[in-house]
Write a protein that binds this ligand. Structure first.
Ligand code: NAD
Ligand code: UFG
Length: 343
């Protein structure tokens, strides 16, 4: 079934996109990649080619370029789209809300219109646990309320989810999966692709990795007075390769369904780890010291966030397999192999 299906991967050069490209190819899907390299480089796709021993069809284009999309749909018989392309920095979204709404929401609308014109109505969307805002209960189930978002990035994800729901209501031939990721970390086991943020990382794991490599001198822990086991924030960290596998299974599910639907699924491990537990695990995996200071809470942060993962297991037969040790050792291998260190 997978062999003759072609998938358009928007944002395929990015962190999650590149790992998913590997998993799609290794599971027999054909892919076409579109990325404008706003937050990535050509190198990641070169590495995907190395890992998979294939030659990729790549379009260095923007999802807002409707003529480029039209050309892609005309040249390839696209069976489904995995839509990763978007901007994702929470702080930047507060400073530049219009840029975020234009790129994420405006770009998704253009993509959807062109897909619809081309008759391609199968789509997986990269959503986020951020749509739940401050969770009303833990673990978070898919039917917890959404929309109480605290920044334009989160609101853009919520808005796109709503747009996709309305699109399905208007035309029930659409088969859509809203995959709500928790905290993706780690890297491909080869060490060839991984997370490589521009500038100073916003997220915990790449920050810790740069402290371990000597690029940054210490981690600032944002708050140790939360109501958690050690006072630091708890998150559901999920290995990016587990996440990538979730996309392959969601695609299998959509492409074998006879009827349209909007499937909403959490992709997490169901387990939470604190900031200090992550620091300890990374120090062990890397053999490096991770100095840290305790600072004030970061505005907008919540104490704890972890997923109820029963729906993913029941419907997609998916569950995360890789543990926190593997997340840390794979992330470290990527850093070491790519000599991101400066000292
Ligand atoms: P990323 O920035 O590494 O990848 C996104 C890719 O999209 C980049 O390669 C970027 O160049 C490309 N892109 C951005 N705007 C584009 C446009 N207009 N046209 C074409 N390409 C464009 O981010 P990621 O971590 O791989 O995230 C992928 C998706 O998953 C994003 O939509 C993100 O919001 C979502 N997500 C990420 C996380 C996370 O913590 N990493 C969590 C939840 C959801
Ligand atoms: N943290 C620190 N120091 C840092 C960075 C983070 O102590 O330098 C702490 C945070 O306070 C939080 C935890 O580490 O307790 C995780 O923070 P991240 O920034 O790595 O992740 P968030 O859970 O805040 O947010 C991430 C993405 C969002 C996404 C969300 C849920 O940045 O885009 O996961 O998927 F929406």
């Amino acid at each position: 079934m997978r062999q003759n299906k072609t998938i358009l991967v928007t944002g395929g050069a990015g962190y999650i996109g590149s790992h998913t490209c590997v998993e799609l190819i290794q599971n027999g899907y054909q892919i076409v990649v579109l990325d404008n390299y706003l937050n990535s480089t050509k190198l990641a796709l070169k590495r995907v080619e190395e890992i998979t021993q294939t030659s990729l069809k790549i379009y260095p284009q923007d999802i807002r370029n409707k003529m480029a999309l039209r050309q892609i749909f005309a040249q390839h018989n696209i069976d489904a789209i995995i839509h990763f392309a978007g901007l994702k920095a929470v702080g930047e979204s507060v400073a530049k809300p219009l840029t975020y709404y234009d790129n994420n929401v405006g770009g998704s609308i253009i993509l959807l219109k062109e897909a619809q014109k081309a008759g391609c109505k199968n789509l997986i969307f990269s959503s986020s646990a951020t749509v739940y805002g401050t969770p009303e209960k833990l673990p978070i189930t898919e039917n917890c309320p959404t929309g109480n978002t605290t920044n334009p990035y989160g609101t853009s994800k919520f808005m796109i989810e709503e747009i996709l729901q309305d699109t399905y209501q208007a035309d029930q031939a659409w088969k859509i999966a809203l995959l709500r990721y928790f905290n993706p970390v780690g890297a491909h086991a080869s060490g060839k692709i991984g997370e490589n943020p521009n500038g100073i990382p916003n997220n915990l794991m790449p920050f810790i990795a740069q402290v371990a490599s000597g690029k940054l001198n210490h981690l600032e822990v944002f708050g140790n007075d939360y109501d958690t086991l050690d006072g630091t924030g708890i998150r559901d960290y999920i290995h990016v390769m587990d996440l990538a596998k979730g996309h392959v299974l969601a695609l299998d599910y959509l492409l074998t369904k006879s009827k349209g639907e909007v499937l909403t699924v959490n992709l997490g491990t169901g387990k939470g780890y604190s900031v200090l537990q992550m620091v300890k695990a990374f120090a062990k995996a890397s053999g490096k010291k991770i100095p840290y200071t305790i600072e004030d809470r970061r505005p907008g942060d919540i104490a704890s966030c972890f997923a109820d993962v029963n729906k993913a297991h029941k419907i997609l037969n998916w569950h995360a397999e890789l543990d926190i040790e593997t997340m840390c050792s794979d992330a470290w291998r990527f850093i070491e192999k790519n000599s991101v260190k400066t000292s």
